[in-house]
Design a protein around this ligand. Structure first.
Ligand SMILES: [Zn+2]
Length: 256
C-alpha cells in the first residue's frame, strides 16, 4: 500500500503509526514533489528488534536528519529561484509564505541542531518575505502620502530592503517605486508646512462659525485671504463688495 505526503515529517509520522498499528515496516521514499510511504505485510518487524519508536539516536535518526536537511535545501533552492523570477509581489509573498511554512514543518522533525549555513539561508528568505510585505504595504499606502517627509520615509525603507532583491525581477518594481517617491517628495510640501496649513484651516473654520453680518446687505461675511493678509468679505461677493477689517483678537488667533 502506498500513500503520498508533501513533507518528510508527515511521511515519517504516518510510517510510524502504520508500523505501530500493524507491526510492519513502512518504507519512506522520495517521489515527485514529496514522499511515498509504502507498506507490505511481508515486512514484519522482527520480534527481536529493539523498539524502533523509542530510538532517539543512531543511524536511523541520522538518516532522518539528512533527509530533512536535504528537503529543506531543496525548498530553499526553489524559493530562491522564485525570488529571482516572480515579478508579481502578491504571488511572491504567498509563495515565500508557503515555502517558509513548509521549511518550519520540516525543521520540527530535525533531531540535531540546524547548521549555521542552513539557518542563514532560511533567515535570508525570511528577510525577503518581510521585505515583500513592506513593499505591498507601501504600494497600498502610497496614494495617502501628503508630505515630502512621508515620501522620503517610504523611499528610504525601500532602499533598505532593496538589497534582498539584488538581481531579481521585482527589483525593477522597487526601483520604479523609489523613483516615483522621489518625484512625490519634490512635489509635496514638507510636513511642517502641511501641519501649519491644517492648523490655520481649523482656525479659519472656527472664526467663520461666528462671522459678522455684512453692514451693507445683512448677509453673513466670510474670512478671505488676499496679499498674505486676512479680512472679512461679504459672502455674496461679487454682488456686494463690502469688506471689514479683522478685530485684534481675531488677528491674534490667526497669528497675523
Ligand atoms: Zn454684503
Amino acid at each position: 500500500m502506498e500513500q503520498r505526503f508533501s513533507t518528510f515529517a508527515e511521511a515519517r509520522e504516518h510510517a510510524r503509526s502504520v508500523a505501530k498499528a500493524e507491526g510492519v515496516i513502512a518504507c519512506i521514499q522520495r517521489g515527485g514533489e514529496g514522499y511515498v510511504v509504502s507498506t507490505a505485510s511481508s515486512h514484519k518487524i522482527p520480534s527481536t528488534a529493539p523498539d524502533p519508536f523509542l530510538e532517539t539516536s543512531g543511524p536511523a535518526i541520522e538518516f532522518e536528519d539528512e533527509v530533512v536537511r536535504e528537503t529543506v535545501g531543496e525548498i530553499i533552492i526553489s524559493l530562491r529561484q522564485d525570488l529571482l523570477t516572480v515579478i508579481d509581489e502578491k504571488k511572491l509573498m504567498s509563495t515565500l509564505k508557503l515555502g517558509l511554512h513548509k521549511i518550519d514543518t520540516e525543521l520540527k522533525g530535525l533531531h540535531s541542531n540546524i547548521t549555521d549555513e542552513l539557518q542563514e539561508q532560511v533567515s535570508e528568505l525570511r528577510r525577503a518575505y518581510k521585505g515583500i510585505e513592506t513593499f505591498i504595504f507601501i504600494l497600498e499606502d502610497v496614494e495617502n502620502i501628503r508630505s515630502a517627509d512621508e515620501a522620503s520615509e517610504y523611499s528610504s525603507e525601500l532602499w533598505n530592503i532593496l538589497e534582498y532583491f539584488s538581481g531579481a525581477e521585482i527589483e525593477k518594481r522597487f526601483k520604479k517605486e523609489i523613483r516615483e517617491l522621489a518625484e512625490k517628495e519634490k512635489a509635496l510640501p514638507v510636513e511642517k508646512k502641511v501641519k501649519q496649513t491644517a492648523e490655520i484651516n481649523h482656525k479659519i473654520a472656527i472664526l467663520n462659525s461666528s462671522a459678522p453680518d455684512c453692514r451693507k446687505c445683512g448677509s453673513s461675511m466670510v474670512l478671505r485671504e488676499g496679499n498674505g493678509d486676512y479680512f472679512w468679505g461679504c459672502s455674496t461677493f461679487p454682488k456686494c463688495f463690502s469688506r471689514k477689517r479683522l478685530k485684534k483678537e481675531e488677528r491674534e488667533m490667526l497669528g497675523v
